[in-house]
Design a protein around this ligand. Structure first.
Ligand code: AMP
Length: 396
């Protein structure tokens, strides 16, 4: 497999799949630039080595047609500033216009293509569309981990047109390295902390982790499906009744594998799903009728913090409570602090999946853990043990 660090880009045109799916406000200002910022090292590497960078990405959810609000042209100003050179733009991602423009590019220049999802072929993984994307380039780099679990034209199919000249960018390299560190021979005790709203979407993650971890902590809304499965009263807490049997199966599997599964003994119950709702600490197996659990309680925080402190490898996905509401953020904050402290004392910690990243950033602790994965769905699928199409396409 080729590697970005020792590949000779001189005189070559590199088409780079980046993830520039950034939020824009009504005036098309970028409100969070972190995805663009993260891609800069890969782009700079190609330019430093006297190659040409052709950048392609999706933005938002267009329906297969051009839409002003999803145009990548809104990103050229910021990107030019970040790279310290003018970024050229072409208002399509395939066809004659692109070919013409690409043929005029000099070494060290950057061209940004229009939104890939203005063409239906992108999400369909259309071969002909992928071939057209590949045409102007000599080498393909995939640096969009966030879409690596999709078999789209630009993330997977295109790779076949560069059998000898395809590679990962730095984001992909880092994500894979960190995830493998966790899944292959982790130091023990290994504790997985899972939270967030729902069990659905996490079932396969739990099942794949069961023969790898020593402890599983379950918090967030998903804890109530497990507590109900164990016969607890959960009031009007979030629950997925159709997953009660699955929850019992997971509890049984954990037992068979000598994995200790921890559920919070106490919870913060609220009269309503509201930031100003009346709230009280209760036994999490006995939430009063008409009340809902929105955070873990003090005893759970203490127990989980001790467990985290004694762990050498930690995976955290999903908040412990409704952390967006200050009254129900205590559990998530305490767990973030415990993970940061364990990391300081030598544990390896990986935090990832949409809301956990938001939570750890909100608490100001993102740089106190070993690695924050920005992959979201891609990260979860990797941890489920699936081979991601974007990763496979480069490796095979
Ligand atoms: P997920 O996307 O599955 O990681 O879920 C994240 C969401 O779960 C956040 O928006 C939290 O507010 C929500 N959440 C966490 N705990 C609870 C709870 N006890 N009840 C309802 N929602 C929760």
């Amino acid at each position: 497999m080729k590697n970005i660090d020792n590949y000779d880009f001189k005189g070559k045109k590199a088409i780079i799949r980046v993830d520039f799916n950034v939020p824009l406000d009504k005036e098309y200002n970028i409100t969070d630039t972190s995805r663009i910022d993260a891609a800069i090292p890969t782009i700079k590497k190609v330019l430093e080595k006297e190659g040409t960078a052709i950048l392609m990405s999706h933005l938002g959810r267009p329906k297969g047609n051009p839409e002003e609000k999803f145009s990548l042209k809104h990103l050229t100003g910021y990107l030019s500033d970040k790279l310290g050179k003018e970024v050229q733009f072409v208002d399509d991602c395939v066809g004659d216009k692109v070919k013409e423009k690409a043929s005029t590019l000099q070494n060290g220049e950057v061209l940004l293509l229009e939104n890939l999802r203005f063409h239906e072929g992108e999400k369909k993984g259309d071969e002909d569309f992928a071939k057209q994307l590949a045409e102007p380039a000599d080498v393909y780099i995939n640096d969009a981990f966030g879409t690596a679990h999709r078999a789209h034209a630009s993330t997977a199919v295109i790779a076949k047109y560069f059998p000898e000249n395809k590679m990962f960018g730095y984001i992909m390299q880092n994500e894979i390295k960190n995830m493998d560190k966790l899944l292959e021979e982790p130091k023990t005790p290994f504790t997985a902390i899972l939270g967030g709203a729902k069990v659905s979407g996490k079932v396969e993650v739990i099942e794949n982790l069961i023969d790898k971890v020593d402890n599983i902590i379950i918090g967030g809304g998903m804890m109530f499906t497990f507590i109900k499965a164990l016969g607890g009263n959960i009031g009007k807490s979030l629950v997925e009744d159709e997953l009660i049997d699955k929850a019992n199966e997971i509890i049984e599997k954990a037992r068979e594998n000598d994995v200790t599964l921890y559920l919070p003994k106490d919870a913060i119950a609220a009269s309503d799903y509201d930031k100003d709702a009346e709230s009280k600490q209760t036994n999490s197996y006995d939430i009063p009728e008409g009340w809902m659990g929105l955070d873990i309680g003090e005893e759970a925080i203490q127990k989980f913090s001790e467990l985290i402190a004694g762990s050498k490898t930690i995976l955290w996905n999903g908040p412990m409570g409704v952390f967006e509401m200050p009254n129900f953020a205590m559990g998530t904050k305490a767990i973030a602090e415990a993970v940061a402290k364990a990391t300081e004392e030598g544990a390896y910690s990986l935090v990832g999946g949409g809301d956990s990243v938001a939570a750890i950033s909100q608490m100001g602790l993102a740089d106190k853990v070993s690695y924050v994965s920005t992959g979201g769905g891609a990260m979860l699928e990797y941890i489920e043990g699936k081979e991601l199409p974007g990763v496979k396409a480069i490796r095979e």
